[in-house]
Design a protein around this ligand. Structure first.
Ligand SMILES: *[C@@H]1O[C@H](CO)[C@@H](O)[C@H](O)[C@H]1NC(C)=O
Length: 225
């Protein structure tokens, strides 16, 4: 009986020691692996928290005295356009102030404040409303425009001339269901560098009947002239 008791004690001791040894080795290696990873910089920190967020969600930040902007055209006749200026979404489907046709926001180029935002349907009779809207734009106003579905159907020379005056190079060539995004200003001496235009082309269209959407981001100087 005594021998059996001693054997039991020894076996228990061996088991305990064995367990401790295995646990110690396992955790020790685990710790080494972790510290080696962090030493190498291979950590699993959430990356998004490290990246600074820029105004309008843009890739780059803007210098002092520049307004960040981001203009996205509509996608086919399904997804509406959106216009962001100085980190404020001025026009979007969520804001419920966009429409098929030409979407335009007017900003005070000095203060960066919104003056007007409106959508003009280019199939229906909005063209005279648009002529008036553009005719009233004052010197020093920044104009942002985004297409949705179609902007060319009732486009006329008067409207084209207004956009040329605002610095557009492409407005003359806009055709049926082309996409167009533009930022210009009243009183601009040169052509605006902020403009993109994609033709509706059966061969290259991304959607059935419409080209790919356009997305333009940048920094507009506080007083564009
Ligand atoms: C912009 O705002 C300033 C200050 O309120 C004003 O003097 C100026 O006329 C405005 N310009 C435009 C184009 O609205």
């Amino acid at each position: 009986m005594r021998v059996t008791g001693v054997t039991r004690c020894v076996l228990l001791l061996i088991t305990l020691l064995g367990t401790w040894f295995i646990m110690h080795t396992y955790f020790d290696q685990g710790w080494k692996a972790i510290s080696l990873r962090s030493w190498l910089g291979v950590t699993d920190k959430p990356r998004s928290k490290e990246l600074p967020r820029h105004k309008c969600g843009n890739e780059k930040s803007c210098p002092h005295n520049y307004f960040a902007f981001r203009i996205i055209s509509g996608a086919a006749d399904v997804v509406g356009p959106s216009i962001c200026f100085d980190d404020i979404i001025l026009m979007s489907s969520v804001k419920n102030n966009i429409g098929r046709g030409l979407n335009i926001a007017l900003m005070n180029g000095t203060t960066g404040q919104l003056l007007k935002a409106d959508a003009f349907n280019m199939y229906s009779g909005d063209i005279s409303k648009l002529e008036t809207f553009l005719g009233e734009v004052k010197h020093g106003t920044i104009v942002l425009a985004a297409s949705y579905d179609d902007v060319a159907t009732k486009m006329n020379d008067k409207v084209r001339a207004h956009f040329v005056e605002l610095g557009s190079s492409h407005v003359k060539n806009l055709g049926f269901r082309d996409n167009w995004v533009f930022l210009g200003a009243k009183g601009l001496k040169d052509k605006s560098p902020f403009e993109q235009h994609i033709k509706n082309n059966k061969e290259t269209n991304k959607y059935d009947g419409w080209p790919e959407l356009l997305e333009m981001e940048g920094c507009a100087p506080r007083k564009m002239d």
